[in-house]
Ligand binder design. Structure first.
Ligand SMILES: O=C(O)C1=C[C@@H](OP(=O)(O)O)[C@@H](O)[C@H](O)C1
Ligand SMILES: C=C(OP(=O)(O)O)C(=O)O
Length: 742
């Protein structure tokens, strides 16, 4: 700060166009400098700037200010890129080394070279910069004091640049709302060549091409939204862009070459009617553009979901009434993408869960070259590439919060010819992967993960020869079973998995649906390699794990009457119904049917007084994801509920035993954790603040608790509800729960 607390003392803007005048106006509006002086050789510009109140004073040459500028003053050079050299020459001749100099040119390498030519080396007072803001408009009349608010300002200081001057420039941009970041000059010029200079070159060239067409009048008359959206930047300042292209020649040429090659490839695809290639380009581009839209709207989920702070606030009481269909089954959605990709032909999926976990799997397969259309209202079309058609991804495969994606993918990737790396978010990076890494190594896979527990990243070397395995699972885990069966598709001979207790069998069922033989006998599942998967139609039923929140909600709320439609009723998933019924719940199963090899039904639930039970251990793997909300049922039941044999809950998205017990205790319930479960005494739920630790099922479980709470409940860290149940809030409110989020 200057002694009087200002970001800078005098601001001198050389070149009073849009960029210069907007900084001047913004700094004045923020009262962050003592005076703004404009330098522009055009007197008319100075006059306009004075008239608009953008500057306090104007001169025609920097030389006029030489004597009065000193420490704390900043000269901002805002002239077209190739004119910066002339201004730097004047700076060198007239300014003391105390004065901070910065610029706004779009290319940094050429400015640095100019400075070296003039000063001999980069002067410590020169802080090169580039505000990533602008508009197709130009000139002082377009001045916009908000131009830099929330926009990135890139500074490219070198080792010789004086930190005092850097700090001053950072303060100046922060004062006008800019988001300052630093990067090396070469990186800046490469990035900008692709993200800014190339699109401008294309827009100018396209409009010029159309304008030269003999029928251009007609063309412009009929040009609609596509033309308007795509070519807006072609009305940018020609001199400025002429300068930029010349100043960043090498990087721009590289970007144009890459684009031309890709455009030519697309041309060939159109000529030869290669619809798969076209769809590949269009679906990948749409996904990337949608992601960008979410980013600019600040609602992106990849790669840093934890950064979103979502808090659920629930009022006590409410109703549970109506008829709803919860979103598609997560386990089946993952598998539909995986098997659809590995099949030959086009697989059509209906009812796909558009939650972040299943989308992470979808993206991973796109990253490996699979063309996937959608999802569009739960519909997805996968253009399968066959068991050996996946391509090496360009970088690590990021699967967010999803254990299922990482473990099942590990099995598939172990059998590929290419290297790959699987990474996840903060929570997934703490979950044990050795349970899949060790048996895959036994099959001959070249796969590693970190430390004793085998934490992600999971690193896989391609090209390993896998051999079938007879493996007794040390824990009841459908993810481990599925991983090994999928690796078995690529292993010599047969792969047999023996489970300590039955777990969900969607992989086995769906493989059969794709025409691949899988034998299931008692607790054993096995398959032999050498077959192939043929595309299928898949109807994904509503997820019973999501329905569970509403089964408990209706069961604990007097007066409730709720129907959940088309719920998946696979016998390996219905533990929650069995357990609730044993506690006295009133759940009717109607409209039973079998769809695509999976049973479905409607569930009609009404309030019933619940009582505590010893949960049968054989039901634990069949209700493994439902325990958070079953703990809520237990806290509303009369008497004691005891859960044993559920140590797997400690290695889910959070330690679900500890986190649930902590939350219940915070709400006044007597609950005690045990190494493999918990003891819960039914009681009265109070209000309070609960930490969900970013675990979707914890957040939703405590939302349900509010129905019987005596005071409001606030649940922290709920963004990850979107991993499995993106419209939970809407459905909860629709049935009568009183949930607001911020
Ligand atoms: O195979 C699957 O789709 C799943 C298996 C279960 O995990 P484990 O295999 O770790 O028990 C479950 O918790 C998870 O939500 C989904
Ligand atoms: C454990 C879960 O999922 P995953 O293991 O796929 O992260 C879950 O959804 O509760």
């Amino acid at each position: 700060m200057t002694p009087d607390g200002l970001a800078v003392k005098k601001l001198v803007v050389v070149g009073v166009g849009l960029i210069g005048s907007s900084l001047a106006a913004a700094l004045k509006a923020a009262n962050a400098c003592t005076e703004v002086i404009g330098v522009d050789r055009r007197t008319a510009t100075i006059k306009t700037a004075l008239g608009l109140g953008v500057i306090d004073r104007g001169v025609q040459a920097l030389a006029e200010l030489g004597d009065e500028l000193g420490s704390g003053d900043v000269v901002f050079v805002a002239v077209p890129t190739l004119s910066v050299e002339v201004v730097l020459q004047q700076c060198c001749e007239h300014l003391s080394s105390e004065v901070t100099i910065t610029d706004g040119a779009s290319v940094k390498g050429s400015v640095a070279e100019a400075a070296r030519r003039i000063y001999g080396e980069l002067p410590p007072q020169l802080v090169l910069g580039h505000p990533i803001a602008g508009s197709e408009k130009s000139g002082v009349a377009a001045v916009n004091p908000d131009l830099y608010r929330d926009h990135r300002i890139i500074l490219t200081p070198e080792s010789l640049t004086d930190p005092l001057h850097i700090e001053r420039v950072e303060r100046m941009w922060s004062a006008v709302g800019g988001l300052v970041m630093k990067m090396p000059i070469a990186l800046h010029d490469d990035i900008l060549a692709s993200t800014s200079h190339l699109p401008h070159a294309i827009a100018f060239s396209l409009v010029d091409t159309l304008a030269h067409d003999s029928e251009n009048e007609d063309i412009f008359k009929y040009a609609a939204g596509g033309f308007r959206d795509f070519t807006r930047i072609a009305s940018s300042d020609p001199v400025m862009w002429h300068d930029i292209m010349r100043a960043n020649r090498a990087s721009v040429l590289e970007a144009i070459d890459l684009f031309s090659a890709n455009l030519n490839r697309l041309r060939r695809a159109i000529a030869s009617d290669d619809s798969e290639y076209m769809l590949g380009v269009f679906t990948r581009a749409k996904e990337a553009r949608d992601h960008f839209t979410r980013l600019i709207n600040k609602q992106a989920f990849v790669p840093k979901m934890q950064n979103r702070e979502v808090t659920f606030e629930l009022q006590p009481g409410g109703q549970v009434k109506g008829k709803i269909r919860v979103p598609g089954d997560k386990s089946m959605s993952h598998r539909s993408i995986m098997l659809g990709s590995l099949a030959t032909g086009v697989t059509e999926v209906d009812g796909f869960l558009e939650g972040e976990d299943a989308l992470a799997t979808l993206q991973a397969f796109r990253d490996m070259g699979v063309v996937i259309e959608g999802p569009n209202n739960g519909k997805v079309k996968i253009h399968g590439v066959g068991l050996y058609g996946l391509q090496k991804p360009a970088g690590p495969l990021y699967v967010g919060n999803s254990g299922t994606s990482m473990r099942l993918l590990a099995g598939i990737l172990a059998g590929q010819s290419f290297d790959s790396v699987l990474i996840g978010d903060e929570s997934l990076s703490q979950r044990p992967m050795n349970r899949v890494v060790k048996p895959l190594q036994l099959m001959g896979a070249s796969i590693t993960a970190g430390g004793d527990k085998g934490l992600p990243p999971v690193v896989i070397q391609g090209g390993a020869k896998l051999t079938g395995l007879h493996y007794e699972l040390p824990m009841a885990s459908a993810q481990v079973k599925s991983c090994l069966l999928l690796a078995g598709l690529y292993a010599n001979g047969s792969t047999t998995i023996v489970e300590p207790a039955p777990t969900r069998d969607h992989t086995e069922r769906m493989l059969r649906g794709f025409g691949y033989q899988v034998k299931s006998e008692g607790n054993t599942a096995s398959l032999v390699s050498g077959g192939q998967l043929l595309s299928a139609k898949i109807d994904v039923p509503a997820d019973i794990s999501s329905a569970a929140f509403f089964l408990v909600a209706a069961s604990i709320t007097p007066g409730s009457d709720l129907t959940l439609t088309h719920v998946g009723m696979n016998p390996t998933r219905i533990g929650v119904i069995n357990i609730l019924r044993e506690m006295g719940a009133h759940i009717e199963i109607t409209d039973e049917a079998v769809v695509g090899g999976e049973p479905v039904a409607n569930l009609h639930v009404k309030y019933a007084p619940l009582h505590g039970i010893e949960i049968p251990e054989d039901q634990v793997p069949l209700a493994i994801d439902e325990f958070p909300v079953l703990f809520i049922a237990a806290s509303c039941a009369k008497g004691r509920t005891v859960l044993r044999g559920a140590e797997e809950l400690r290695v889910k998205e959070s330690d679900r035993i500890q986190v649930m017990v902590d939350g219940l205790v915070a709400l006044g319930i007597s609950a005690t954790p045990t190494p493999d479960g918990a003891i819960i005494e039914g009681g009265t739920l109070g209000g309070g603040v609960v930490e969900s630790h970013g675990d979707h099922r914890i957040a939703m479980a405590f939302s349900v608790a509010s129905l019987r709470a005596t005071a409001p409940i606030k649940i922290l860290n709920c963004a990850n509800v979107a991993t499995s149940f993106p419209n939970f809030g809407e459905l909860a409110t629709q049935v009568g729960m009183q949930l607001a989020h911020s």
